[in-house]
Design a protein around this ligand. Structure first.
Ligand SMILES: Cc1cc2nc3c(=O)[nH]c(=O)nc-3n(C[C@H](O)[C@H](O)[C@H](O)COP(=O)(O)OP(=O)(O)OC[C@H]3O[C@@H](n4cnc5c(N)ncnc54)[C@H](O)[C@@H]3O)c2cc1C
Length: 303
């Protein structure tokens, strides 16, 4: 309840206070800050995927700007000789306004990534977006099979069907590349499982599916039960490190991250940056008020 109240008053809180909450999870406002974080992580043997903050734009003109930001970002990391991948939200490219325009702009970003043999992950957003995001992936995967990936959310009741859809797209010449996460959005019970135990069971089923089918999987979770299970499974199936990686959000469970890296597993951190951090943080906190607990804990620990 307290979490919900804090989340609902967040938009009226001074930006400086919200920044106190947020800065642990966001590289900063500028591309320079993302470059600095990615190079620090690289020195510790951790890869990055860079996200420019922003989502659910309401003016399609903004999508063109976002496309250009991503293209410049790719050029910049190439100049820095920092090998990173990129994550993007299609609603930030106008998907909910004009699907075809969004496809065209995301395609341009993926084509730019291909020039440098790099990779773009299409984040999965709320349940209104899932069909279109899978269709966007299907189209781009047909053209750039090595340079684009998608996300699967374990909490969605439709996920078993989506796994079959991805299996059909997967072949040795057109490999599918998936990030598996639990799912962050607040969805109705007809659409998504709510109980942690059930979500974890769905997560494990999907993870086993991907590893057994030889589909590359980004194991995106901070849940120790899942990371422990994944490490056991990887060992028992003798999965090679070029078939998977662990993924975590910047600033979340760094100790667990370090342990997984120490055990010799590939690790990638999701590094968001940009001026939209205020809206992003407020929305994320509203969508998932449990995050407030983590944030307050982090605040008290520091203080
Ligand atoms: C790399 C990456 C990419 C993602 N991409 C997407 C996406 O495209 N679409 C989508 O819907 N969701 C995405 N998510 C979010 C994901 O769906 C979950 O909501 C989020 O990761 C929390 O779930 P969990 O698996 O970590 O387990 P949880 O059970 O929520 O958390 C496990 C433990 O991790 C710690 N923890 C988790 N979150 C935080 C936090 N914010 N601050 C501090 N500690 C925390 C806590 O100790 C908690 O007990 C992504 C997550 C990651 C790691």
């Amino acid at each position: 309840m307290i979490n919900k109240i804090i989340a609902s008053v967040l938009p009226w809180m001074p930006k400086k206070i919200v920044w106190l909450f947020s800065k642990r999870y966001i590289a900063g406002e500028t591309l320079d800050s993302a470059v600095a974080v990615a190079s620090r992580l690289a020195k510790n043997g951790v890869s990055s995927t860079i996200d420019h903050l922003g989502e659910y734009i309401t003016d399609i003109g903004e999508a063109r700007m976002v496309r250009d930001i991503y293209k410049d970002m790719i050029e910049r990391f190439e100049r820095e000789k920092l090998s990173v991948t990129y994550s993007l939200k299609p609603s930030n490219f106008g998907m909910l306004i004009d699907f075809e325009v969004c496809c065209q702009f995301v395609r341009e970003v993926v084509a730019k990534a291909k020039e440098y043999n790099s990779f773009v992950r299409i984040d999965m957003e709320d349940s209104r977006c899932v069909d279109d995001e899978l269709e966007l992936y299907r189209r781009l995967h047909a053209e750039f099979p090595q340079n684009v990936g998608i996300v699967i959310q374990a909490y969605l009741k439709r996920t078993p069907n989506d796994l079959l859809f991805l299996e059909k797209l997967h072949s040795s010449s057109t490999p599918v590349n998936v990030r598996l996460c639990k799912g962050i959005y607040v969805e109705p019970p007809e659409i998504a499982y709510k109980e942690r135990k059930v979500i974890n069971e769905q997560y494990i089923k999907a993870l086993e599916f991907f590893l057994q089918k030889g589909i590359y999987v980004g194991i995106a979770t901070h849940d120790r039960a899942l990371t422990d299970y994944a490490q056991t499974l990887i060992k028992s199936l003798a999965v090679k490190p070029d078939r998977y990686e662990f993924q975590m959000l910047y600033g979340v469970t760094p100790d667990l991250r370090a342990q997984i890296v120490k055990a010799g597993h590939p690790m990638r951190v999701y590094v968001p940056y940009g001026k939209e951090w205020f809206g992003y943080s407020s929305r994320r906190l509203k969508e998932n008020p449990h995050l407030i607990t983590y944030i307050l804990k982090a605040l008290f620990k520091r203080g």
